[in-house]
Design a binder for this molecule. Structure first.
Ligand code: SF4
Length: 415
């Protein structure tokens, strides 16, 4: 059996006992959540997690295949791995086994097996940053997306389980909670609830922590934008909106099967900026989607200048196996290269001009991580990253003067 239909068996993970294990994770926060759950289970089985493959008796590679470049990187890595027991999990292990078997001869671990083992015997991970997987899969049918085949239809965790995980992570030292899923704003639509209600509940959990809400598809966020934007104005929620829009052209969005329009995206942005002035806005754009004309590309540039995002993740379109878009005529790479250069230049110019307004301001910063002795990372309420000198403790809120802009984070000094 292979692919998404494989029913989770628990013996594969149970066979990894008393070993030194190296886990390499590719991809998104959700995948990082899977790796942390696996690590928690393995530690219960007497394993030690090591930070270098050379030290390991067993290696786990948690794969991602969202774009062609990542697939190539994963396969190159698998080919290079030395011959110790090798386990492969993640999205690629679910939908591209043959490609993996062309590179190596691993034992496959279905992601569902990790969740089942963790639910049975995993200790909640400790540390300043906690990950909560609120839902798996999505309601979308985006024509370019292979992730939905790997992760399947939407399955939301119930509110009680999520609150239990948040409480346990906070007890174990978490000061930043990252809510993650393939589409976080789809959460609850399969269990008679919605994200706005969940955020209100999480905001009621005692403790010093802040919540980063993961990526939300405008199609599922639009109907609940009022309640979610309202919940975002609460103290416990970082004023950080990750809204992957992919294109600014309604005709491209239609061909992608995204389920929203440019004006709906702008309405959502306006709504969140009304509830949370100064909110950080991150987005994702695909350039060079099959058939994208110059006019359609200009629509994306126009959206960018009207959205004024703080950060943009630009991806050159790459056909993913088994997706409808892969049947379309692909655009020559030189056009994609040029369009991504234009988008990145525009995005960085916007980020720099927005950041300029923050330099020399004094702001409260929640310390979230010790980078090394004498240096720590913190987050403003807008989730801006700030590197601060000093022996600082995660969970403390310190007044910091932002002294230097490094485009996607700031350097700061204690006031
Ligand atoms: S919402 Fe679309 S892009 Fe996101 S995981 Fe689902 S199908 Fe893929």
């Amino acid at each position: 059996m292979n692919g998404a239909g494989h029913s989770p068996g628990r013996n594969t993970i149970r066979s990894i006992v008393q070993k030194r294990v190296y886990i390499k994770t590719y991809g998104c926060t959700y995948n990082e959540g899977d790796s942390r759950k696996l690590a928690a289970v393995l530690e219960r089985q007497g394993c030690t997690l090591v930070s270098r493959p050379e030290e390991a008796d067993a290696i786990v590679v948690n794969t991602c295949t969202v774009v062609g470049a990542t697939e190539r990187k994963v396969l190159k890595h698998l080919r290079a791995l030395r011959t110790c027991p090798l386990y492969v999990t993640g999205c690629m292990a679910t939908v591209q086994r043959d490609a993996i078997l062309s590179a190596c001869d691993p034992v496959f671990i279905h992601p569902g097996e990790i969740h089942a083992a963790y639910a049975e015997e995993g200790d909640v991970p400790a540390g300043p940053v906690g990950i909560v997987q609120v839902c798996q899969g999505c309601r979308g049918s985006c024509s370019y997306c292979i992730t939905r085949m790997a992760r399947g239809p939407l399955v939301s965790a119930d509110t009680g389980a999520i609150l239990g995980e948040v409480r346990a992570l906070v007890r174990n030292g978490a000061v930043e909670i990252r809510l993650t899923g393939q589409d976080v704003s789809a959460w609850g639509t399969d269990i008679g609830s919605h994200l706005g209600a969940l955020l209100q509940e999480i905001s009621g959990v005692p403790g010093v922590f802040r919540v980063r809400v993961g990526m939300m598809n405008p199609a599922t966020l639009s109907p609940i934008q009022e309640t979610v934007a309202g919940a975002f104005s609460g103290e416990k929620i970082f004023k950080f909106l990750h809204l992957p829009v992919q294109s600014g052209s309604d005709t491209v969005l239609e061909r992608m099967g995204r389920g929203y329009t440019k004006s709906e995206v702008l309405a959502i942005v306006e709504r969140f900026r009304a509830y949370c002035p100064g909110i950080s806005l991150h987005t994702d754009l695909i350039c060079g989607y099959p058939g994208e004309t110059d006019e359609e590309f200009c629509e994306t540039l126009d959206l960018l200048s009207r959205m004024q995002p703080d950060k943009v993740n630009v991806t050159r379109y790459s056909p993913r196996p088994q997706t409808p878009a892969a049947r379309e005529k692909d655009m020559p790479d030189r056009f994609k290269k040029e369009r991504s250069r234009v988008l990145l230049t525009c995005a960085e110019k916007i980020a720099k001009s927005r950041n300029a307004a923050w330099v020399s301001r004094e702001v409260p910063v929640l310390i979230t991580e010790v980078l090394r002795p004498g240096s720590a990372m913190g987050r403003t309420q807008y989730y801006q990253g700030v590197v601060v000198k000093g022996d600082l403790t995660p969970g403390n809120v310190r007044m910091v003067r932002l002294t230097e802009d490094r485009t996607y984070y700031f350097i700061g000094e204690l006031v």
